[in-house]
Design a protein around this ligand. Structure first.
Ligand code: HEC
Ligand code: HEC
Length: 334
């Protein structure tokens, strides 16, 4: 009797920190909108962190979110196309989760509208985790700590609602705003960039390279869907935004990529077809392929081989080592 009491008491009294989790961002950056039905608490972020690392979210318990979103690669992975359960080949390059809370829509084709329900996509996707959501719930019900957390935070079982909300809470903390580029741009710290990086900065934001006509704002993206000339035709290929809208004018358009932590997230583009930053710049200087949706600015880009070296230095200044280090410790501590 005593031990039972003690046991159930121990389970219930497992303390969760329900105090609010405040997202700290740079002065002058826009506020991050937190949905009313998913307030961030220290407990919800911690629950999300555990789920992010949990391989039980995949059908054969072999992969977790972190398998394809690794801290050391800026929360992308290093494969051209991601590999899911049973080594199944996905059709896109894994996305970096840096500053994901700022994105107005998700995936490179904008096919998913809310971060709060996003996680259900990879969990159910056959080429990713391939786990039925009811089966997931039944599986997680075996874990007393998860049952306890879902109950106290969401007043639910650890079901699709609770799991996807907690993961969103955790992902919202992935804020990177302290790269050398940030200290130079927002703090006016002129020593934050090397001389080569400053030259690259001016090329990037200059009229000849045209990079900042698409890559601008705090994440170096205007979030528009553009065709940057990667392919001449899309027969048998990923048509990008057209998959969502069914509109031929959207063929080959992808969300302008964020360049945060870009030096860590190789290979590049939606299909990982460009292995390094040098080949990205070679692509832009050659203007890529002709296509009726290609943005005319791509045709106008002028960058020399020397410019490319400076641009690479500049892109390296977008790496936020503090962000990576913090998260690495965070994701290993389980
Ligand atoms: C098998 C590899 C794989 C697994 C496992 C995986 N992802 Fe992803 N993730 C991807 C790929 C590939 C993309 C890019 C998809 C696209 O752009 O269409 C992506 C994109 C995302 C995005 C959108 C990023 C953006 O820029 O719009 C979020 C958020 C995300 N994943 C979160 C998660 C979470 C949370 C989990 C665990 C529940 C998870 N992922 C599991 C491969 C994976
Ligand atoms: C017309 C708009 C536009 C211009 C101009 C442009 N880009 Fe891009 N950029 C994009 C789009 C769209 C993508 C994503 C393409 C994809 O996913 O296949 C992208 C992708 C990238 C990537 C790869 C990101 C990743 O995560 O895979 C890098 C690096 C990049 N651009 C750098 C530059 C640089 C440097 C310049 C200037 C020389 C430039 N871009 C000019 C639209 C543009």
């Amino acid at each position: 009797m005593m031990s039972v009491l003690f046991f159930s008491c121990g389970e219930e009294s497992k303390q969760l920190d329900m105090s609010p989790y405040f997202l700290e961002t740079r002065k002058g950056w826009p506020d991050i909108e937190i949905p009313e039905n998913n307030p961030m608490t220290k407990a919800s972020v911690e629950f999300g962190r555990q789920l992010f690392l949990d391989t039980r979210l995949s059908i054969d318990s072999t992969i977790s979110c972190a398998s394809c979103h690794k801290a050391e690669y800026g929360f992308a992975d290093s494969l051209p196309l991601s590999r899911g359960v049973g080594n199944k080949l996905g059709f896109r390059n894994s996305g970096s989760l840096t500053n994901v809370a700022y994105l107005p829509y998700f995936n490179r084709d904008g096919g998913v509208k809310t971060l709060d329900r996003f996680s259900l996509v990879p969990i159910e996707d056959h080429a990713e985790m391939n786990l039925n959501l009811l089966e997931m719930r039944d599986r997680l019900l075996q874990d007393k700590s998860y049952v306890n957390q879902a109950k106290l935070i969401y007043n639910r079982r650890p079901d699709a609602f609770a799991v996807s909300r907690a993961l969103a809470s955790y992902l919202r903390t992935f804020i990177s705003d302290n790269s050398p580029y940030d200290r130079y741009t927002y703090d006016g710290d002129t020593t934050a960039l090397t001389e080569n990086q400053k030259i690259g900065f001016n090329i990037f934001f200059g009229d000849k390279a045209k990079c900042s006509s698409c890559h601008n704002g705090i994440n170096l993206t205007n979030y528009q869907f553009e065709n940057n000339g990667l392919y001449g035709d899309y027969i048998g290929k990923d048509r990008g935004r057209q998959r969502v809208t069914d509109n031929p004018d959207d063929e080959g358009r992808f969300r302008v990529a964020s360049l945060r932590n870009i030096a860590l997230t190789a290979p590049y583009m939606h299909d990982g077809s460009l292995p390094d930053l040098r080949s990205v710049l070679d692509h832009y200087s050659s203007h890529g392929h002709l296509h009726h949706n290609k943005n005319p600015n791509i045709e106008q880009i002028v960058i020399t081989d020397l410019d490319k070296e400076y641009l690479i230095s500049f892109l390296e200044s977008l790496t936020d080592l503090e962000f990576i280090k913090d998260r690495q410790t965070n994701s290993q501590s389980k």
